[in-house]
Design a protein around this ligand. Sequence first.
Ligand SMILES: *Cc1c(COP(=O)(O)O)cnc(C)c1O
Length: 211
Amino acid sequence: MFNRLIQFKNQLPNGVNLLAVSKGHPESTIRLFANHGQLEFGESRLQEVLPKATSLSNIDGIRWHFVGRLQKNKVRGVVKICDFIHSVDSLSLAERVSRISSEENRHPQVMLQVKFLEDPTKGGFSIDELLENWSKLMNLSNLNIIGLMTIPPVDLDLDVRRTLFKNCRNFADELGLKDCSMGMSRDWKEAVEAGSTWIRVGSLLFGDRVK
Ligand SMILES: *Cc1c(COP(=O)(O)O)cnc(C)c1O
């Protein structure tokens, strides 16, 4: 398992960060990964990240990234635990994360989730919505907006994914944002080629999810 992790990391170009998406995998596995130098972990539910972060808080340098759809009533919990939120998908959510971060004296690194194609199964800004709200977003306190995140619709060919990842990279560049959170187990290569800076990889590292 750890040879796989180390090989995987070694082949990534400079500037590409590996987010190990540990949802569905136990604390014991996360601890082993941390012992092998992987300290960035992604989770998609507050109920899951809260107990994990609590019992693994003695691991030096471990950081939690929230990657799932963020419900309003979970914002405070997530802001207290997570250093990164990859899935801020509307202005109203961004405003709420900002207000609660100020109250909690937190400064999360935020990525704005963008949809480059219609996809009713996912949240996210359209390009137009993001442009319309850009100045408001940039003025929110306590948020470091560092990049864009995107998840292609499930049934897309790799070629189309590649194009979509490039669109995301170009849009981030236009906005002056450094990071793009894109690429998962099955399309991380295409995402890296297109200029991803955070690949979010779960099953390829951990095997199938257990819960
Ligand atoms: C689960 C998940 C991943 C990881 O998916 P794999 O296919 O297991 O690599 C990445 N991003 C998000 C938002 C997820 O929910």
